[in-house]
Design a protein around this ligand. Structure first.
Ligand code: C2G
Length: 132
């Protein structure tokens, strides 16, 4: 079984996230999502999520492409996660291109093109201005 792992916040879940998860799953037979915890988001990514970790986890688990959701609590865990979960492929959007090449000695590293014109920030900004 070819296992794929990816990481992210996935707040205000949108079709850009779904496109990423679909393409990630297509690279193997089993997709693990390491979901940023509320503490990690706030302390390290300076992101205040609209949905809590539990709510974001529940939504991801409902997606047909996702097989397992685990917590992402720090930047350093990727090296151990890849071994712990037996991941053959690490996948993430190309906004991170090159940032995780250090994993190449443990697994394949794939940066997928981001879906244009959509982001959680864009959704929040649009709503502040009264919506689309
Ligand atoms: N994404 C995408 N297209 C978009 C928006 C997001 O392909 N229009 C991808 C991102 O590249 C990422 C995933 O969807 O691979 C989740 O995006 P975020 O929730 O913004 O995750 P991020 O903050 O990039 O967290 O340790 C890695 C970090 O946890 C990644």
């Amino acid at each position: 079984m070819k296992k794929v792992i990816t990481y992210g916040t996935f707040d205000l879940l949108h079709y850009g996230h779904i496109n990423l998860l679909r393409r990630a799953r297509e690279l193997g037979d089993y997709l693990i999502v390491a979901l940023s915890t509320d503490e990690f988001n706030w302390n390290e990514k300076h992101k205040k999520c609209y949905f809590s970790y539990a709510e974001r986890k529940m939504m991801l688990e409902a997606i047909r492409y996702v097989d397992l959701v685990v917590p992402e609590e720090n930047w350093e865990q990727k090296n151990t996660d890849v071994v712990k979960y037996g991941a053959d492929v690490f996948v993430i959007g190309d906004d991170w291109k090159g940032k995780f090449d250090f994993l190449k000695d443990k697994c394949e590293v794939v940066y997928l093109p981001r879906t244009p014109e959509i982001s959680t920030t864009q959704i929040k900004d649009s709503l502040k201005e009264g919506g689309k």
